[in-house]
Design a protein around this ligand. Structure first.
Ligand SMILES: Nc1ncnc2c1ncn2[C@@H]1O[C@H](COP(=O)(O)OP(=O)(O)OP(=O)(O)O)[C@@H](O)[C@H]1O
Length: 264
């Protein structure tokens, strides 16, 4: 489904601040594969997501989605097939619009232009059905403005919006990091449910090492712009947070410097 080949990204090229943020990254994800990404500060995790989603142009390499080369597609074109949820709960929804209006906009992404106007009874029923999955009572608040929701409710809604039309790829950039632990767990289990039911090809950055092993089907660890560990199958199943830190330090020759990761 997703294939990243020899991907390199350089910031401030040719200047004294030149930074090689991604170095020859190769990554392939199959259908329904749910990959968690961890790594120290500045390892290149967000840059990788930004290159895949088209926020940044790349300096070398190729990105294909379902065998279509998207390397040079602009971000808006990729967003038709790529769902994304950011850390900031305010980012994925329009606070001045109702839950129904927000969902309608997300839902219209999958319709051809002529069919976008208006929300049918059938659409409303679908929205209610999907909102029920969240178990937050939002199905009874369709006409409420999104600005009235808590951060966690808003992030759960954003996740629903990113997946209401099945994306070919779902990118989650620390989407639970700004939530309190209880609602973060709820959003994470909802993520797991949606990803597995819809068989979504998913990349999730997390600073929580425990969550990186607990959620998803595969874990990659990045360091200095490279993928330095790719855990799956038995190796992942038997992995613990302590051993993961040990392996990281052994392979990188560096100490893990991400306080949020260690504290998480
Ligand atoms: N827009 C930018 N301009 C210049 N340098 C950048 C830019 N974005 C990222 N970088 C640099 O590229 C490197 C990788 O950054 P990135 O944000 O991808 O790391 P990360 O793994 O997501 O880190 P963190 O966990 O701290 O968020 C860092 O050295 C960072 O300073």
């Amino acid at each position: 489904m997703l294939r990243v080949e020899s991907l390199s990204k350089i910031f401030s090229k040719g200047s004294t601040n030149e930074k090689l943020a991604l170095r020859d990254v190769n990554l392939s994800l199959g259908e329904g594969e749910f990959v968690t990404i961890i790594g120290g500060n500045g390892a290149g995790k967000s840059t990788l997501m930004n290159c895949i989603s088209g926020v940044y142009e790349i300096d070398n390499g190729r990105i294909t989605l379902d065998s279509t080369d998207i390397t040079f597609d602009p971000e808006y074109k990729r967003s038709r097939h790529i769902g994304r949820v950011f850390q900031d709960p305010l980012r994925g929804t329009a606070h001045d619009m109702t839950i129904e209006e927000n969902l309608s906009i997300a839902f219209a992404k999958g319709k051809s232009v002529g069919l976008q106007a208006g929300v049918s009874k059938k659409d409303i029923n679908l929205f209610k059905e999907r909102l029920q999955l969240l178990d937050l009572g939002l199905e009874n608040r369709l006409k409420h403005k999104v600005g009235l929701l808590s951060g966690g409710q808003r992030q759960a809604l954003t996740l629903l919006m990113a997946t209401i039309i099945k994306p070919r790829l779902l990118l989650l950039d620390e989407h639970t990091a700004a939530l309190d632990p209880t609602i973060a767990r709820k959003v994470l289990s909802l993520t797991r449910k949606i990803v597995s039911e819809e068989k979504l090809c998913t990349l999730m950055i997390t600073h929580n090492m425990k969550a990186s092993l607990e959620y998803g089907t595969r874990t990659i660890m990045m360091h200095e712009g490279r993928i330095m560990m790719d855990l799956q199958g038995h190796e992942r199943k038997d992995m613990t947070v302590d051993r993961l830190i040990e392996q990281f330090e052994k392979r990188s020759g560096a100490e893990l410097d991400n306080d949020r990761m260690l504290l998480g």
